[in-house]
Design a protein around this ligand. Structure first.
Ligand SMILES: C[S@@+](CC[C@H](N)C(=O)[O-])C[C@H]1O[C@@H](n2cnc3c(N)ncnc32)[C@H](O)[C@@H]1O
Length: 274
C-alpha cells in the first residue's frame, strides 16, 4: 500500500544525499543510542521514519542470525532509496514498510526495540504517539530516539551576533527559517528538548537523556545550504524567505565556511523501557 506523505522536507535523490551526509554527522550520537538500547543480535527492532536508510544500516550491522528489523516510512521514494542503500549489507534482515508511523499497525507487533532518529519532530503532536506506543508494546521493550532542538542554541547565537559577531546573522536566519517552517506545519522544531519529560510522563521506566550539540563546521554548513536548495520553493510559498533572500543567505553562509562556528542546533537522545 502506498501512503500519501506530506513530509515537509525533500524526498528526492538530493534529499537522500543530504540525509546521508547527516548520517555521517550523527555517527557518534547514533552509535551511542544503539549502545544505550543494548541492541542484541537476535532483537526484533522496529525503526520509525527510516528515510534513505542511514540508521537502518547501522542497526542491521548489529543484528545477527535471527535478528530482524522492520523499517517504517511514509515516503515511498525514500524507502526505495533505503532498499538500494541496504542491498549489499544485510538486506535480508530488513523489511521495509510504507506506513504512517503515527498510526501503529501490525508492523509493531513483537518488537523488542523501537527506535527512531529525527522522525518525531516530523510527527504533529508526537507526544500522543509516544503515550499510545507505551500501551501497545510489551513490558521490557526498549525505546530510544534521537531528536533535534533547533531553538535553545539560538539564545547563544543572539548574544554573539549582538556582541562582535554580526556575521552569525546567517546562522540565525537559517535557524529561524527552519523553526518558522516547522511551526507553520504544526510540527515541533524542539521536540527533543522535552522528550525525556514526555517519556516519564507517559509512564516509561528508566528514562535517560543526553544532549549533543554540533558546531557549525563545514559539514553542518553544507547541510544547511542543501536545506535551502531542497525547500527553497516551500519557504517562498509560505512567505518565510523569497528566492532572492534564499540566494543571499546561501552566499552569507558560504562566506562562513569552513568554520567551525558555534552550534545552532543539536540532538537529544532519550532512551527508556516500557
Ligand atoms: C529527517 S528524516 C530522517 C530519516 C532517518 N531516520 C535518518 O535519520 O536519516 C525524517 C523521515 O521521517 C519520515 N516521516 C515523516 N513523517 C512520518 C510519518 N508520519 N510516518 C512515517 N515516516 C515519517 C520522512 O519520510 C523521513 O524519511
Amino acid at each position: 500500500m502506498t501512503v500519501a506523505s506530506d513530509y515537509i522536507l525533500g524526498q528526492s535523490a538530493n534529499a537522500a544525499k543530504r540525509l546521508e551526509l547527516q548520517d555521517r554527522h550523527f555517527a557518534v550520537p547514533t552509535e551511542e543510542l544503539l549502545d544505550a538500547l543494548s541492541l542484541k543480535p537476535t532483537d526484533r527492532v522496529v525503526e520509525l521514519g527510516c528515510g534513505p536508510g542511514g540508521l537502518t544500516r547501522r542497526i542491521v550491522s548489529r543484528l545477527g542470525e535471527g535478528g530482524k528489523l522492520i523499517s517504517v516510512d511514509s515516503s515511498a521514494g525514500l524507502l526505495e532509496q533505503a532498499a538500494l542503500y541496504l542491498k549489499d549489507s544485510g538486506a535480508g534482515k530488513v523489511e521495509f514498510v510504507n506506513a504512517d508511523a503515527s498510526k501503529p499497525g501490525a508492523w509493531l507487533n513483537g518488537a523488542d526495540v523501537v527506535v527512531g532518529r529525527a522522525v518525531l519532530h516530523h510527527i504533529p503532536m508526537a507526544e500522543y504517539l509516544l503515550g499510545k506506543l507505551r500501551g501497545l508494546l510489551r513490558p521490557g521493550t526498549r525505546v530510544g530516539f534521537l531528536e533535534p532542538d533547533f531553538r535553545s542554541p539560538l539564545a547563544r547565537l543572539a548574544y554573539l551576533e549582538a556582541n562582535g559577531y554580526p556575521e552569525y546573522a546567517a546562522l540565525r536566519v537559517w535557524a529561524t527559517a527552519i523553526n518558522d517552517l516547522y511551526s507553520l506545519r504544526k510540527i515541533s522544531p524542539a521536540v527533543g528538548a522535552t522528550l525525556g519529560r514526555t517519556l516519564e510522563t507517559a509512564g516509561y521506566k528508566n528514562v535517560s537523556t543526553a544532549w549533543y550539540e554540533f558546531q557549525s563546521d563545514s559539514m553542518v554548513i553544507e547541510n544547511m545550504l542543501m536545506f535551502y536548495d531542497e525547500v527553497g520553493t516551500t519557504l517562498e510559498k509560505y512567505g518565510i524567505l523569497s528566492a532572492a533572500e534564499n540566494a543571499e543567505q546561501q552566499r552569507l553562509l558560504t562566506a562562513l565556511l569552513p568554520g567551525p562556528h558555534p552550534g545552532i542546533w543539536g540532538m537529544f537522545r532519550a532512551v527508556c523501557e516500557v
